[in-house]
Design a protein around this ligand. Sequence first.
Ligand code: NI
Length: 170
Amino acid sequence: MALLNILRYPDPRLHKVAKPVTEFGARLEQLVADMAETMYDAPGVGLAASQVDVHERVVVIDVSETHDALMVFVNPEIVWASEEKQVYDEGCLSVPGVYDGVERPARVKVRAVDQFNKPFEVEADGLLAVCIQHEMDHLMGKVFVEYLSPLKRNRIKTKLLKEERSGRRA
Ligand code: NI
């Protein structure tokens, strides 16, 4: 296993659109294992392949308090979203130190396969619903700060670029 380098906003590679996974096997299993290790090490509750510069539809999530309930979503699709919305203070491993409220559907139903191409469906609410939607946005090249006002987004961009120039790592 290996720790992967997490791209930081505003790296333009975060805006690439991920392609569906078509080949299952050792390479994908290794990617998922490395992504999980990178997420736990960070530590974070979710990581999309886009964030480690692999532009394929792969997401890992673990919202458990004990960090032992890894969920792997390959080629995830949201098949249903509630009318009801919730606002949650989101953060992102690609936008270190920044948390802000984003409004999204409160509940979603997701269809995906795991890293072994086994299909499953999940109906999620609370943090898991937030996390699934946040990570699936990454696969579309979207970072959560894009939901914020242009003013806030520019402040965040300036702050992160300044940190990067001064060589700080989060
Ligand atoms: Ni994120």
